[in-house]
Write a protein that binds this ligand. Sequence first.
Ligand code: FE2
Length: 386
Amino acid sequence: MSKEIKTVNYGLEKIFEGAQDFLPLLGTDYVEFYVGNAKQSAHFYKTAFGFQSYAYKGLETGSKDSVSYVLKQDKIKLVLTTPLNSSSSINNHIVKHGDGVKVIALWVEDARKAYQETTSRGAKWYMEPFVEKDENGEVVRAGIYTYGETVHMFVERKNYNGSFLPGFREWKSDYNPTPIGLKFIDHMVGNVGWGQMNTWVKWYEDVMGFENFLSFDDKQIHTEYSALMSKVMSNGNGRIKFPINEPAKGKKRSQIEEYLDFYEGAGVQHIAVATDNIIKAVTSLRERGVEFLSIPPEEYYKAVPGRLEEHSHELREDIETLKSLGIMIDADEEGYLLQIFTKPVEDRPTLFFEIIQRMGARGFGAGNFKALFESIEREQANRGTL
Ligand code: FE2
């Protein structure tokens, strides 16, 4: 496999040629958060983001140590888990990291094989293949550690007809805020420590068979004050994309450093969820109280037609509407994309969400990095952490 790093020239037609097929992934299965109060978090994700009640386990289902609420919106499944007593090991995670992502679960045909292929290539085990059964069949799960205390769980559900997992029951609620049109997880970004990006790039190449298809160095991602580096890893079919960030030296503290300080280690920085109508989605999110980073300045929107170049005529959305909602625009050779970033969704300045609509472009909004990071720096300055 070629280890040559392709820089950001958007020569994307060859992006997945180096990816390996020993670990076929069908998609993201679920994302599990460890949180201090799952009941209230579930209410937030329903109310603010339009997720639907889906499945539940807790005291009523015989789960004595922890409670989990599963929320769904189209293909996205979030699991919110809280321990029910002080002896649960989940507490340690919450004490150290605050609310955050513990598990990025990946849907596979064969969880035992996925576990064997990855652990034999050096992955650290989290959970050996484990079979759970109920009247709807069986699910096999197995887990390995990735960066920090974050876990990849392989989920094999081909012999299961139930809705989520054995041990969960359907969760029906009288409170069902309407969905806002979030469709699937586009990518999930990990922040790792100083000098660790290439270690984790190699780990995803060697252990998971992923390929590095885009790279951004600190000359591309910097503002007057701070900088970071990022490499995007993808599996062979392109359904799973994990950019990996590390801080770089700048005049002031990088947002990645701020994350690492408050999360107390490496972890998931943001979850990007795709929509096919970002104007509708962001209008709803704002009405429901979701906080976004500040709207880019006037000059940013004035420069959009020039930045879009040949894709300028393709832009279906009205720039004034995008501006009023703070939605950013970027383009590459294949099309354009629209994106916006929330403020952190918990008190520690750690995890946040991105809403993204791809109109052909397969990049990550490199043209927006400067405006985005200046916006984050304004938040950092308010927090006294710049
Ligand atoms: Fe992103």
